[in-house]
Design a protein around this ligand. Structure first.
Ligand code: E4P
Length: 215
């Protein structure tokens, strides 16, 4: 399963990329707004660091505007994936942008029918938001299972990009279900490394070695 960082923060991205486990980045308008300043320059820098798919979202709400913005975003770097929200306008824009050869991520997916529609119009990725569904007492991971099953039944090449990930259990369940990608905040990726028994084990190995005085 591929692992993306869900962030527009250069420090977080620069800290995680050298680990060799990061396959791409997702941003959204809220994440880029948090960073402020020149968002195009920031996206370019992120692409240079990650050298992998980097989602950048349009903010227009009509199809023509989304296509225009999508083309502008795609011109920033070859790694840019144009992100469009799942609306009727977003579906039309996805089809146009995909037919022009752009990679498109259809975001704000909350049902299997939305994912099916996005796949039919050539989305490279669909982004179902699991955490936000959990927040309203609906299982986010059930949605992932349904989408993985549906895409597997046909010849869709659209990848399931699990988004709104809040903790390691989301990642484990997504991997067990065969989802293609999880995009996670930096803190969630950090959490994947942690286990107290690893820390205790290493401390004991080093103490025993020191006690024995071996050279
Ligand atoms: C995905 O592409 C989105 O940026 C993101 O996962 C949203 O997550 P949130 O629900 O934590 O804001």
């Amino acid at each position: 399963m591929k692992l993306f960082i869900d962030s527009g923060n250069l420090k977080e991205i620069e800290a995680l990329v050298p680990l060799g486990i990061i396959d791409g980045i997702t941003t959204n308008p809220s994440l880029l707004a948090k960073e402020g300043g020149d968002y195009r320059g920031l996206l370019k820098r992120i692409c240079q660091i990650v050298k992998g798919p980097t989602s950048a979202e349009v903010v227009a709400t009509d199809a023509d505007g989304m296509v225009r913005e999508g083309r502008e975003l795609a011109a920033i770097d070859e790694h840019i994936v144009v992100k469009v929200p799942f609306t009727k306008a977003g579906v039309i824009a996805c089809k146009t942008l995909a037919e022009e050869g752009n990679k498109v991520n259809v975001t704000l997916i909350f049902s299997p029918t939305q994912a099916l529609i996005a796949a039919k119009v050539g989305a490279t990725y669909v982004s179902p938001f699991v955490g936000r569904l959990d927040d309203i007492a609906t299982s986010g991971m059930n949605l992932i299972a349904e989408i993985v099953e549906i895409f597997g039944n046909y010849e869709f090449t659209t990848e399931v990009l699990v988004a709104s990930v809040r903790h390691s259990i989301h990642i484990v369940e997504a991997a067990r279900m065969g989802a293609d990608i999880c995009t996670c905040p930096a803190a969630v990726i950090e959490g994947m490394f942690k286990h107290p028994l690893t820390d205790i084990g290493l401390e004991r190995f080093l103490k025993d070695w020191e006690k024995a005085g071996l050279r």
